[in-house]
Every structure is written in structure tokens, then in C-alpha cells.
Write a protein that binds this ligand. Structure first.
Ligand SMILES: CCCCCCCC(=O)SCCNC(=O)CCNC(=O)[C@H](O)C(C)(C)COP(=O)(O)OP(=O)(O)OC[C@H]1O[C@@H](n2cnc3c(N)ncnc32)[C@H](O)[C@@H]1OP(=O)(O)O
Length: 212
């Protein structure tokens, strides 16, 4: 049970772990007992591709044609570098990406970075700063890393840059994100894994879901 109190006068929320945050990046603080990431042996070496975690995932799945189909390589240490094309169907304001799509990309990239320290995680908290408009038809690169862990909690951060197409400038950060992920075990998806096609007990895909 997460105990979050919203303090209206200070526009600040506090949780019982001492993690302080609000909608501005300057207030995301890492806990004092943060442990440096310990990389699991299954995580590929720097420069190697990092395979999708689930074929039907909206973020990385190659069997999910409506998704953003991000691809990843492993970066230095507990980090990953993900890329995707900002397709025209991801439009929010005229000519630019929808904020929720950028949120998807950060969520996916930070979750993939967590694979450096754990076999499976889910997002508990994600916050984003949208720094620059991101044009359609550009290629976005997200660099995400694990900043540290506290028990099952994995603290992550990420930056987005346009690396090809309209507005490309690898020196300009167009968005940033910070997120808390929780390590899960196989019981997490137990009640829903047969619903992968929104149909109970779909053979095959349900079995694959257990390896998420
Ligand atoms: C490789 C994978 C890539 C995946 C990329 C995509 C990832 C996703 O989009 S996942 C989908 C979106 N997320 C979800 O569906 C998760 C839904 N939420 C849940 O299932 C649960 O709330 C869950 C698992 C996150 C936490 O529940 P539970 O396991 O019972 O943890 P709980 O005991 O409440 O909390 C554990 C610790 O985390 C802290 N915590 C949990 N949630 C939060 C939160 N939102 N903010 C701050 N702290 C939190 C608690 O305070 C507690 O801290 P401490 O150990 O210091 O006491």
C-alpha cells in the first residue's frame, strides 16, 4: 500500500519512503539509501541489441503493428539506447508528437534499462518534462539508465534527442523523464495472462506471456 499525501500549499507530494516529487524535474530526489546498480548476468554487453521483452507490447513488440516498435541496444553500465520513428499517426498538436507517445517511449526505455538489474519490472511512477516540440517524421533516441535500487525499487532516468529527420540535433535534449519501477515475480500477471488477445485462454500467446 503506497501512502502518498498531497500537500496543496506547497504543490508537493510525499511518500513514506522519503521520495519527494512534483511535476518539475528539480524536485525528483533519489533516496539516501540508494544502492548502485548490480548488473545481472543475463544482460547483454554494451553495444549488443537488447531483444523486445514481449512481442505484443505497444512499446517494443514486433507483432504489435499499432505500437511504436522501439528497438534497443545496450549502453554503458545499466543503460540502454532506444530509437523509434515519430510516425504521422502519433500526432498530438499540429505537426508534432502526442505527449502520451513520448511518455510511452520513456516508459518503455526506462523499463528496458531495468532489465540490467532485474528480470521483470512494472512502472510504479513516471514523470516527464517536455522541453521542445518533436516534429513528425523525426527519429527519436531515448537514453535511459538505472540510477540505483532500494530493495525491489528501481530508480531510473532518461533523456530524449532527435537524431534524424526534421529538427535533428543530437546536442539538444527535447525531453527528460524519471521513473520508479518495481521488481515483480511471475505471480504478477497470473490473473490476466490468459487475456493477451482480450480472449480468455488464448493458446500459445498466453504461454508466451508467462515469460514477460
Ligand atoms: C522489461 C520491461 C519493460 C516494461 C516497460 C513498460 C512498463 C509498463 O508500462 S508496466 C504497466 C504499468 N504499470 C502497472 O501496471 C503497475 C500497476 N501497479 C502495481 O501492480 C503495483 O502498484 C506495484 C507492483 C507497482 C507495486 O505494488 P506492490 O508490489 O504491492 O508494492 P508495495 O508493497 O505497495 O510497494 C513496494 C515499495 O514501493 C513503493 N512504491 C510503490 N508504488 C509507488 C509509487 N507509485 N510511488 C512511490 N513509491 C511507490 C512503496 O512505498 C514500497 O516502498 P518500501 O519498500 O520503501 O516500503
Amino acid at each position: 500500500m503506497v501512502d502518498i499525501t498531497f500537500c496543496r500549499s506547497e504543490d508537493r507530494r510525499l511518500d513514506r519512503t522519503g521520495l519527494h516529487y512534483r511535476s518539475m524535474s528539480s524536485t525528483w530526489t533519489l533516496p539516501d539509501d540508494l544502492q548502485a546498480p548490480t548488473i545481472v548476468p543475463e544482460f547483454p554487453a554494451s553495444g549488443e541489441p537488447l531483444p523486445r521483452h514481449w512481442s505484443l507490447c505497444f512499446g517494443c513488440g514486433d507483432d504489435q503493428p499499432s505500437g511504436i516498435q522501439m528497438t534497443f541496444v545496450v549502453g554503458d553500465g545499466a543503460s540502454v539506447v532506444g530509437r523509434f520513428e515519430v510516425a504521422r499517426r502519433y500526432q498530438g498538436g499540429p505537426g508534432v508528437i502526442h505527449g502520451g507517445i513520448l511518455g510511452t517511449a520513456f516508459d518503455e526505455a526506462q523499463g528496458m534499462a531495468c532489465r540490467s538489474v532485474a528480470l521483470a519490472v512494472v512502472t510504479a511512477h513516471l514523470e516527464i518534462d517536455f522541453a521542445r516540440p518533436i516534429p513528425l517524421d523525426s527519429t527519436l533516441e531515448i537514453t535511459a539508465k538505472v540510477d540505483g535500487t532500494v530493495r525491489r525499487k528501481v530508480y531510473t532516468s532518461a533523456e530524449a534527442r532527435i537524431v534524424a529527420g526534421p529538427g535533428a540535433d543530437p546536442d539538444v535534449v527535447v525531453g527528460t523523464s524519471r521513473g520508479l519501477f518495481l521488481v515483480i515475480d511471475q505471480t504478477h500477471f497470473e490473473k490476466v495472462k490468459s487475456m493477451v488477445d482480450a480472449v480468455p485462454a488464448a493458446a500459445g500467446t498466453a504461454a508466451e506471456a508467462s515469460s514477460f
